[in-house]
Design a protein around this ligand. Structure first.
Ligand code: GLN
Length: 321
């Protein structure tokens, strides 16, 4: 598959990028002093990577930011590959929680509702390579993210880790700490595990950094059934990616996922620092970054951009109906 007229496509995207600049609503994440200062500038970056490796980007496309919940779909896909669908879905559900991304709530089978919210992601982080020590788990996760992004062909530093952001989040992650102890109380995290240790593994994963250029390749790997379009290597299995995209459509945009499915109709995931991935299966992945977020913790500019994208290209899953 190739986008036949790439320059025209690029021109259309440029127009949408420019048209979204004026969108100034929302507030930046300020739960740590570090993030508050980091996001003070009004960055707006958009990058695209096709399943064929055709790429483009606009604005703050090289500005690094912490992934936060943007890592959740990858952690989920890796967990499925490692432990299998049956095991993973015996411990985490496939429905929306009906609450905010960091709600302290389990479903009626005693599982986190899905792997896209904090509770599900913390639980999956507790299992991730749990035979390794903490630093090796971190290294292994970062390394896998770099492979999925085809880093060796891109730029070594474009998938990295922000130690200062990690340390500042670690000091104030009381909600996530509560979720973790609740998971422990309910037996989701087993007694042999050290809850503080689990929390560190999860918080480290959240503070892996990307820019929209590298994130667009991560997104395109999902669009491409798990094969990185830059290196041509199968990084995640086809089945796991299918489940991941389903889960992103159902729950990727937090408590706005239902409306998103109606209006945009594409699998997507947001992070609280203002990053967004939008996946167009078998076509490509968009990565967007703008730190001002709405009450559902989704980037305001990203939502506007998604609407313009759909107006122009009719990408909604059911548009051809
Ligand atoms: N680290 C963030 C948190 O736990 C991740 C959540 C998000 O990005 N939606 O609050």
């Amino acid at each position: 598959f190739e986008i036949a007229d790439f320059p025209t496509f690029l021109g259309d995207l440029r127009q949408m990028y420019d048209a979204t600049w004026n969108e100034n609503e929302g507030i930046t994440t300020n739960y740590t002093q570090y993030l508050n200062e980091y996001h003070a500038d009004d960055a707006w970056g958009v990058s695209f990577c096709s399943v064929d490796g055709q790429r483009c980007g606009f604005g703050s496309k090289t500005k690094m930011f912490t992934m936060q919940a943007l890592m959740n779909p990858f952690l989920y896909a890796m967990s499925l590959d490692e432990l299998g669908h049956e095991k993973i879905h015996s411990i985490v559900g496939q429905e929306t929680s009906g609450g905010q991304y960091n709600v302290i709530k389990l479903d009626d089978q005693g599982r986190p509702h899905n792997p896209m919210g904090n509770a599900g992601a913390i639980l999956l982080a507790s299992l991730y390579k749990d035979d390794l020590n903490k630093s090796d788990r971190h290294e292994s996760f970062l390394d896998k993210m770099r492979q999925i992004s085809g880093i060796q062909s891109v730029d070594e530093s474009s998938v990295s880790f922000d130690y200062a952001a990690f340390m500042s989040e670690r000091e104030v992650c009381h909600r996530n700490s509560s979720i973790s102890y609740y998971l422990r109380e309910k037996g989701c995290i087993d007694n042999k595990k050290n809850v503080e240790h689990v929390l560190d593994v999860y918080t480290q994963m959240c503070n892996v950094t990307v820019n929209t250029d590298s994130l667009s390749v991560l997104a395109a790997t999902l669009a491409n059934g798990g094969i990185c379009p830059i290196t041509g290597t199968q990084q995640l299995s086809n089945d796991s990616v299918k489940s991941t995209l389903s889960c992103m459509l159902a729950a990727g945009m937090n408590d706005h996922s239902g409306i998103w499915a109606f209006q945009v109709g594409l699998p997507a995931k947001s992070g609280v620092t203002g990053g967004t991935m939008i996946i167009i299966p078998n076509f490509g992945g968009f990565a967007l970054y703008s730190p001002k977020i709405d009450k559902s913790a989704n980037s305001v500019r990203a939502a506007k951009f998604a609407h313009l994208l759909n107006e122009k290209f009719h990408l909604h899953e059911y548009d051809p109906v």
